[in-house]
Design a protein around this ligand. Structure first.
Ligand code: ZN
Length: 176
C-alpha cells in the first residue's frame, strides 16, 4: 500500500484537535522524516504516530484481526507494515527524535489523550513506558528492533548516508 496512514483519519483528527486545544504547535506528515510522522513537534524534537490497530498490528488487540480470505496475502502485508514501522522508529531515534505511538483503540476519551500528550510532550528527558494502548520509544532505551532479514537490508541502505529530505517515501517503496 502506498500509505499505511491513509488520509486524515478520525483518530488523527481527534489527537490533533486535542493537542491544538492545549496550545501545542506541530506539523503534520512531514515528508522529510522517516515514516512521515502524523504529528511533529520540531522544537521538542518529538514525533507522534497515531496508528490504526488493524494496519499496524496492535499486539493482542481485537481490532488487529486477520481477514478470513487471502490470509497469506494479508499476513505478508502486515509483516511488511510492522517491519516498516520498526525501521521508521529506529531511524527517527537514530536521528535524535523521541517517538510516541498512540493506538486508535486507546483514543476513546479526551482526558486520557490529554494526559498522554502532556506526559510525552512535557517530559524534559526520555522516560520510556509501555502500556497496552501505548508504546513509547526513546533514545535512552533504544531497544534493538527485531528486524526481518529484509528489514535489515533496508536499514543498512538507510544508514548509507541517505538523506530523507531528498527522497521522501523511499523507505515505503523499498519495502513495498
Ligand atoms: Zn488496539
Amino acid at each position: 500500500m502506498a500509505r499505511v496512514h491513509g488520509k486524515d483519519t478520525a483518530p488523527e483528527l481527534f489527537v490533533r484537535q486535542t493537542a491544538h486545544s492545549l496550545g501545542y504547535r506541530f506539523r503534520i506528515h512531514r515528508a522529510d522524516l522517516p515514516g512521515r510522522p502524523d504529528m511533529v513537534f520540531p522544537s521538542r524534537k518529538k514525533v507522534i504516530f497515531i496508528h490504526g490497530c488493524f494496519w499496524h498490528r496492535h499486539k493482542e488487540c481485537k481490532r488487529a484481526s486477520v481477514p478470513q480470505t487471502r490470509q497469506e496475502y494479508w499476513l505478508k502485508k502486515f509483516a511488511l507494515n510492522v517491519a516498516r514501522d520498526k525501521l521508521n522508529v529506529a531511524a527517527l531515534i537514530e536521528a535524535g527524535w523521541e517517538v510516541l505511538v498512540l493506538w486508535e483503540c486507546g483514543l476513546r476519551n479526551r482526558d486520557s489523550v490529554v494526559r498522554e500528550l502532556r506526559t510525552f510532550l512535557e517530559a524534559p528527558t526520555s522516560e520510556c513506558v509501555s502500556t497496552p494502548s501505548l508504546t513509547r520509544a526513546c533514545p535512552a532505551a533504544r531497544p534493538a528492533p527485531t528486524l526481518t532479514r529484509r528489514g535489515d537490508e533496508v536499514l543498512a541502505r538507510q544508514r548509507q548516508g541517505r538523506k530523507y529530505s531528498k527522497q521522501p517515501g523511499r523507505a515505503d517503496r523499498a519495502n513495498s
